[in-house]
Design a protein around this ligand. Structure first.
Ligand code: PLP
Length: 392
């Protein structure tokens, strides 16, 4: 089935006694009872399917999880409170019975780097960072560090580099390591990492999947081998998503493929506009014929879909010029986050990469002239017009 079809059918319409609700209701019950205690006992021991306690599972979350499992071609999913909780759960699941060592992409979401450096490392789990787009360096790091897990993002933030996920999956498989992929930027519309050999896929539901800037959530989609461990750990950790949020996320996902298609199309128009503008010097976007990961992109991404994230540099600009430009924007929303229906702009040097020194930022290619744009579903002419008046 096509992703558009899955998005509106998977997970919903489970029979409830006499009737079938067209969409899954919000179940607020914290626990569930059965006619006799023997059945409750069997639900607890998994002999009988059912719900016992909402930290373990709940019908609203279950519907959302079933939907996301289908979208990502997984074995099972777990919905949690935030994308960061999802990442933490994925790392813990991968490392519970493996060597406590991580190899990670050197370009990651800021909070993900903090999780590795400021939480995992003080607990004795060290991370080696590597250029994930250089397969030889990744192979050498896996050989040398013998990690229990490798962590990467499908599309990196904010420079939009794409690592050879399929080749890395072969390396991790051979080394007995788990491959964890944060697929928030790419979404299952562009890449389904489990189909390419990844073991655990992480999402911030907050972004493209929910898509409306009104709910936070995270999701882990697992292969068969890690699913039981994921759920067992979650029962103890308790990062469970609330049922109201699960409902909102599921409502958002029904139009996710439609929104994403439009956002990808808009981004092509906006990138073309930026490339020809005299006050823009560099545009990072996946349809660039000179993109450094062109071969990987052509192998892994569908034709014509290049995502909806763009980053670009303003000509002769430092922080004051970038601030002046951003203050002139009338429609584009100057806020952190991405993937919403409205177009949003963020200044990486101030937000996601704030903790790095200007020198460190320069080294990873994040100049003070760089801004990041998450293209929304508006009319692309209106997006370009707003950027154009602010670029004058
Ligand atoms: C936003 C984001 C996260 C964290 O998600 P939250 O829902 O904010 O916790 C992780 N990875 C990427 C790539 C993100 O964009």
């Amino acid at each position: 089935m096509n992703i558009h079809t899955k998005a509106v059918h998977a997970g919903d319409r489970k029979k409830q006694g006499t009737h079938i609700p067209v969409t899954t209701p919000i179940y607020t019950a914290s626990s569930f009872v059965y006619d006799d205690i023997e059945t409750t006992d069997k639900v607890f021991s998994h002999e009988v399917e059912g719900y016992a306690y909402a930290r373990y599972d709940n019908p609203t979350n279950h519907a959302l999880e079933e939907l996301c499992t289908t979208l990502e071609s997984g074995h099972g999913s777990l919905a949690v409170a935030t994308g960061m909780a999802a990442l933490e759960m994925a790392l813990t699941t991968a490392l519970i019975d493996r060597r406590k060592k991580i190899v990670a992409a050197n370009a990651l979401y800021g909070a993900s780097i903090n999780l590795l450096m400021k939480v995992m490392e003080p607990f004795g789990i060290e991370t080696t960072f590597v250029d994930i787009c250089d397969i030889d360096k990744v192979a050498a790091a896996i050989e040398e560090e013998k990690p229990g897990a490798v962590l990467m993002e499908t599309i990196s933030n904010p420079l939009l580099r794409v690592g050879p996920l399929d080749q890395i999956a072969k390396l991790t498989q051979a080394a007995g390591a788990a491959l964890i992929v944060d697929n928030t930027f790419a979404t299952p519309m562009l890449v389904r990492p489990l189909e390419l050999g990844a073991n655990l896929v992480v999402h911030s539901l907050t972004k493209y999947l929910a898509g409306h800037g009104d709910v936070m959530g995270g999701l882990i989609v697992s292969d068969e081998a890690h699913y039981d461990a994921l759920r067992t750990l979650s029962r103890t950790y308790g990062p469970t998503l609330g049922p109201f949020e699960a409902y909102l996320a599921m409502r958002g996902i029904k139009t996710f493929p439609l929104r994403m298609e439009r956002q990808c199309r808009n981004a092509i128009t906006v990138a073309a506009f930026l490339r020809q503008h005299a006050n823009v010097v560099k545009v990072n976007f996946l349809n660039d014929p000179e993109h450094p990961d062109r071969a990987t992109l052509q192998r892994l991404l569908p034709n014509g879909l290049h995502g909806a994230m763009i980053s670009f540099e303003l000509k002769d600009a430092g922080r004051p010029e970038v601030f002046a430009f951003m203050n002139k924007l009338k429609m584009v929303v100057k806020a952190t986050s991405l993937g919403d229906v409205h177009t949003m702009m963020l200044y990486p040097a101030m937000a996601s990469h704030r903790d790095l020194s200007p020198k460190q930022r320069e080294r990873v290619g994040i100049r003070d002239s760089l801004v990041r744009l998450s293209v929304g579903i508006e009319d692309p002419a209106d997006i370009c017009a707003d950027l154009n008046q602010a670029l004058q």
